[in-house]
Design a protein around this ligand. Sequence first.
Ligand code: NDP
Length: 288
Amino acid sequence: MPTVLSGVTIRDQILNELKPRLAALPRPPGLAVVLIGHDPGSEVYVRNKIKACADLGIYSDKLTPPEDISTAGMRDIIAELNARPDIDGILVQMPLPKQIDSRAVLEAVAADKDADGFHPTNVGHLVAGRPAPRACTPAGIIEMLKRYGIDPAGKHAVVVGRSDIVGKPMGLLLLHANATVTICHSRTANLAEECRRADILVAAIGKPALVTADFIKPGAVVIDVGMNRIADPTAAKGTRLIGDVDPDAMATVSSAYTPVPGGVGPLTIAMLMSNTVELAERRLRKPS
Ligand code: NDP
């Protein structure tokens, strides 16, 4: 029977370990969350992030600018947050409305308040293997592998997906953990064949159950990042969540896998909390 890698268990460990660090700070860390519009997914994510802050004793401030705000207007809001002494971390919930230049907004966040690790300076630190806030989802996956005793060193890791949020940082973190890394995407020829070479397979695609049993090397570790809501008339709400990997395939062919839900999802928020505490520690240690 494969090991089910529980994101809930690892999340709880990570959050518990943050508690003494929070207690040692002269004031609670502050996280600003900027949410524009009414995308249902984004609203749920933001609600969960703010609840996680409240549960842990992190101060959070939710800002909801009008939906028709311009890029310049967003930059002004970010500039104010950059200057606020009670705010250590800033998170801009994606996606932003079409009229806004998302890249310009992410670049406006001060690199030392970048709770999501998306600022180009922090991406540069990631490439160079230097300490800096890391993108939460891939950082959570590395934490999970470590805590389950799965060492990527010398293994062949295949990441499907090359987004700035998951795929690319995941590939780099696995590389820093001494895996031999292949990154696949929508233009990869022979995707199943590439995936079958993986000792550690990470699927971050956004396509329900695209990865089937023939993509998985027997005994591989499979990390399913995908969160796809699909119609299911038998489910209470008429929909259900499914990952990018066929759940039956993971449960029969892998040696260990992350379920959906309850696998990667809980880790993302835990790492956001971890990044926020770390940013506060650095800020409060700095001579003023
Ligand atoms: P993006 O849409 O930004 O990226 C998807 C990637 O998958 C792209 O690189 C794309 O390739 C690749 N891709 C798409 N179709 C195929 C295909 N048929 N074959 C091979 N590669 C393909 O998504 P994200 O990285 O933001 O998210 C991926 C998934 O992870 C989503 O389901 C999302 O909901 C989930 N997610 C879950 C999180 C969690 O906390 N559990 C956090 C973040 C995301 P190309 O670049 O060529 O277009």
